[in-house]
Every structure is written in C-alpha cells, then in structure tokens.
Design a binder for this molecule. Structure first.
Ligand code: HEM
Length: 451
C-alpha cells in the first residue's frame, strides 16, 4: 500500500496498525470512565487497568495504599471494568442499608459458571429475595442448637458443622484428615486467575455473554459436591413437603454454603488462636471467664453466647484479620451516593481492612485489644466501620453459625489447653496476598499444652 505516494507499506502491517489503534481507542474510552464522572483515581494501564497491582500486592495492600493517596472514594479498573472504591462510613451505610433497593445485587464481573447463577451469593433482584427468605431458616437457633468439635483441625470443624446444619449430613472430617469433603473444598477454592477467558472478560466486558462459563473454580471438585449434595437431597426430599426451591437451586446453594463457610470460619479460628497465643493475658482472662460460666460442661449454643469476653475477643480477631477483604454491590439503576453520581451497572466495592485499621475510628489499630468491644464501649464504635460479615439486608447469612462454631471451638480449646507460640511461629504472620480470604502465607505454627 502506498502512503501519500511517498513509500509503500505491506497491507498486513496496515491492518495490524489499524487493529492496534482501534483497540487502544477502545481501552482509552473505557478507562476514561471515572474522568467523565470527575472521580479521582490512579492512572490505569491499557487493558489491564489495575490488575497488575492486585496480582502483585493483593487487595488489602493495594486498597490501603490507594486510599492513603486518593481518599474515601476513588475509581480503579479491573481490566477495563470500572470499580468504585468507597471507605466513607456514611456512604457505606447509605449503600448497604438506606439505599439498599438501589444496590441489591453483587456485580457479576465474571461469570464463573452458569450453575452458580442460582446461588444466593450471585442471584439478583427478586430471585435473591426468594432465595434469602427460603434459606434463612437454615440458620435458625433451633437448627444450630443441634450442631455438636492448627489449620487442618479448624477447617475440618467448620466443614462438619456446615454439613450438619445445611444438609443434615453426618461428615466426620475432624478425625479423618483425608476426608473427601476437605480435599475437594480445598481443590474447589484453589482459584486461579491465570486463565485466558478470565483475562479476556476483564479486558472486553462486552464479550462476557459470548465467552460463556469461566472455570476458575476447580470443576472436578464442584462435581464432587454436586454428587454428594444430590444424594443428601434425595434422602431428605422424601421427608419434606412444601420445599419451593428447584433441585438446581438447592444444589447450587448447598455448594456455595460449603465454599463460603470453610475458608472463612477456619481463617477466624486460626487467627483467634494466634492472637491468644501472642496475648497470654487475654488468654488467661478468657479462660477464667469460660471456666466460671461453663465449669466442667461442654460448650453449647446457649452457654457460649453468654460469654461477653469471648464475643469481644472474637470481634477483635475479626477486626484485625477479617477473613473477607472486600464487599461489593452493583447499582441497579442510575443514582447518587452522598452526592456522587453512580451510573447503573457500576461495581461499588468496600475495602474492609481500610476501615478496620483506620486510626480515626480505632485507637492504636495495630494493637490486639478486645476491650474496645466492651458493651459499654460499643457506643464509641463508629457505625459501619466494623464489617467482617458485611452489612444491611445482604450481609452474611451464615454469621450466627460462624460465630457459634468459632466460640464453641475456642471455649473447648481453652478448657483443655494453653495455646502457646513455638519457635516456628511467625510474628506477625505474613498474609497470603494472592488469596481472596485472609490466610497465613506460611501456615500457622502454634503449641498446645494440655492443662
Ligand atoms: C467467620 C466466618 C465468615 C465470615 C467472616 C463471612 C463473611 C461474609 C461476608 C463479608 C459476606 C458478604 C456480605 C455483604 O456483602 O454484605 C458474606 C456473605 C455470605 N456468606 Fe459468609 N462469612 C462467614 C461464614 C459463613 C458461613 C458459615 C456461611 C454458610 C454456611 C456463609 C454463607 C454466606 C453466604 C451464602 C453469603 C451471601 C449472602 C447473600 O448474598 O445474601 N458465610 N459472608
């Protein structure tokens, strides 16, 4: 091809240059999103947005660093997909609670698998409302009273509890570390973002529908849960009447319960043990309270809930080591949030560690201090600055189960053992930045001394 009659360029090169120019125009147009809304934020890299920061630093460090620079409301990009980050408690309250009807859904940035469209975590609008009201009774006090207890042990405990409450199945993964449930939940949660389809969906959100399912969860493990849940369901269907969920909905939600419960609850127990091992004064005080309230009795749903100091200790662990790092919602219509214009479809995310470590709300935030949760001090805790289980009508449905499990496990542990650090204990523990859930990078080594 002749260029201005001066020199010739091969046609293939012209085609490539035109395609590159069009792609650059596409990504620049996408990434000007927040400029158009006059919202500040770090400059994105074409196509990648800020994915490189997420991969290198993880959500927690990236969010803390950007918040220091850009304040309580700034825009970032997951590939070419805009994400508004908010850490202002008033904005959070509006979004999670007061304007909930405008932010009912979670963003479906990436469609993991069609099967999970029926899961409560991903369901939208009226479908979510139906699932939430149908599934909520699973976590009633009476169901939880029926549930009867460092890394592996805690994971196994949370798995047995969810099998029992959710499905009425008896799984004994605590005495069998090779239990297929444990092996498969680990495989299923071994999420890998190194996936061409996943990256394409982040760079070209319009292709989402054509790309179909993106198998970032371990599919073989998901198949295991489908099979196990199907057989539990078949057994129970006969005994129940008036169940209005389809088999597919029951299956998807049972599996989501396994996945949502396992890593989070075991993370809480791992870090609670670490905090108690490194704060012997708190451990002694807690043991005294437990012995006074429980005596020789085993921990139960009712007796652990009377233990205020245990509640304070668990809350302080959740503040310092929140298992979840972010909460997200999607605007279901064009709206405003505390004066900021929010177009329909925008993903609005909250960084939990940014709130939990903010010296404006927590005195000496690096210090493990359960006393800040003293009932008398509760008024001093700024609303919507403590969100380990999220907030508003779409908060964690398993919160009461998780708290009960954790409190029973800690009470039983302290009745029988002293938790101590060992020469291998990493203080403070390095956190695995690559995982969505807060976990120690190098495992957690602690010593248990029988009492
Ligand atoms: C320490 C343990 C746990 C923590 C820290 C935790 C944390 C969270 C958080 C932060 C959310 C998002 C809430 C929001 O967007 O406002 C959530 C949602 C959810 N969690 Fe948990 N969770 C825990 C245990 C559990 C357990 C034991 C189950 C189930 C048995 C569970 C099931 C769910 C489900 C189904 C949702 C989605 C709720 C909905 O969309 O309506 N979680 N969890």
């Amino acid at each position: 091809m002749e260029v201005l009659g001066l020199f010739s360029v091969p046609t293939w090169l012209v085609v490539i240059l035109v395609v590159i120019a069009l792609l650059m125009m596409y990504t620049i147009h996408k990434q000007l999103y927040f400029k158009r809304l006059e919202i500040p934020g770090p400059t994105p890299i074409p196509f990648l947005g800020h994915l490189h920061h997420i991969i290198r630093k993880g959500f927690q460090d990236m969010d803390m660093e950007m918040r220091r620079i850009y304040g309580n409301c700034y825009g970032t990009f997951f590939g070419n997909i805009p994400q508004l980050m908010v850490t202002d408690p008033e904005m959070i309250k509006q979004m999670l609670e007061k304007q909930f009807s405008e932010f009912t859904d979670r963003p479906r940035t990436i469609r993991v698998t069609k099967f999970f469209d029926s899961a409560i975590t991903m369901a939208q609008g009226d479908h979510w409302k139906f699932l939430r009201s149908t599934l909520s009774p699973t976590f009633s006090s009476s169901k939880m009273r029926n549930v009867t207890i460092c890394y592996r042990l805690f994971g196994a405990f949370s798995m047995d509890a969810i099998c029992s409450t959710g499905l009425g199945m008896n799984v004994d993964s605590q005495s069998n570390p090779d239990d297929p449930f444990i092996k498969n939940v680990k495989k299923a949660l071994n999420i890998s973002f190194v996936n061409v389809k996943f990256l394409l969906a982040a760079m070209f959100p319009e292709l989402k529908t054509y790309l179909g399912e993106i198998p970032i969860l371990g599919q073989k493990a998901i198949d295991f849960f489908i099979l196990a849940t199907k057989s539990a369901l078949a057994e129970r269907r006969g005994a129940q009447s008036g169940v209005s969920m389809t088999d597919e909905e029951v299956l998807a939600n049972a599996i989501i319960f396994f996945l949502a419960a396992y890593d989070t609850t075991s993370s809480l127990l791992i870090f609670a043990s670490y905090c108690l091992a490194t704060n012997q004064d708190v451990q002694d005080r807690l043991r005294t309270k437990i012995n006074k309230e429980l005596g020789e009795s085993k921990p139960t749903y009712d007796n652990v809930f009377n233990l205020t100091y245990l509640d304070m200790t668990v809350n302080e662990t959740l503040r310092m080591y929140s298992p979840s790092k972010r909460l997200s919602r999607m605007a279901v219509l064009d709206t405003t949030l505390c004066g900021v214009k929010i177009p329909k479809g925008l993903d609005v995310s909250i960084s939990i560690p940014c709130l939990h470590y903010d010296a404006k709300y927590w005195e000496n935030p690096q210090k493990f201090d359960p006393d800040r949760f003293f009932p008398e001090n509760k008024d001093r805790i700024h609303p919507f600055t403590f969100l380990p289980f999220g907030g508003g009508p779409r908060n964690c449905i398993g919160m009461r189960l998780a708290l009960m499990e954790a409190k029973m496990a800690i009470a039983a542990l302290l009745q029988n053992f002293r938790i101590l650090t060992s020469p291998e204990t990493e203080i403070p523990p390095k956190i695995d930045k690559k995982r969505g859930i807060t976990r120690p990078l190098n495992g957690m080594y602690l010593r248990l001394e029988a009492l």
